[in-house]
Design a protein. Sequence first.
Length: 219
Amino acid sequence: MSNVKGWVLVLGVLAILAWGMYRLVGTVEQTAARLAPLQGLSTEVARVLHPTPTILPDPVTVVHRIQPLGRLETVQYTVEKVITAEENQGIWGPLFGDRLLFVAHGVVIAGLDLGQMGPEDVWVEQDTLYLRLPPPEIFLVTLDNQKSYVYDRRKGLLTKGDIHLETEARKAAEKAIREAALEDGILERARKNGEAFLYQFLAPLGFSRIVFVHATPVP
């Protein structure tokens, strides 16, 4: 008899727990249903305060020119420069001045434009191959926009600043990066790398010697 009472007691406790869980789940569902509109409103408010930009490219594309290229890129420089751009400095600087520091990360690519070569620039004498290569040149100077940034900007109390100041700093940065690469000898490296590449490419043709003739650079 005591066993029967024990089982009845256990079943009663389980029934109470089951009923409690049922009520708890129902309460949670009701609460979630009441909060759903608020969550939707919160999402809309977040979209207004922090909008995601929409980029819509113009579907019309105009191709102005198609030109075949024979450029052999042989060297790439990665250069960092700090550019200071300023205006209205001096005694009136605190009121009307504008000054920024721009950290520029740029890439300079140089090589040989083989498209400038003609039949007269390649000839053979006995078992020697002669090539008159065009002078090395810089093909590209560009800024890495993901790594370039305005480090500091200070405007006077009575000015909103020049909206073109950063653009001018970027132009100056490209020029400075180009000059830095030239001073470091990028053109000479481009020539040597180009000759080494062409030698490896032409050596299997069976010539005993391959001679590169340097064209007179255009001033």
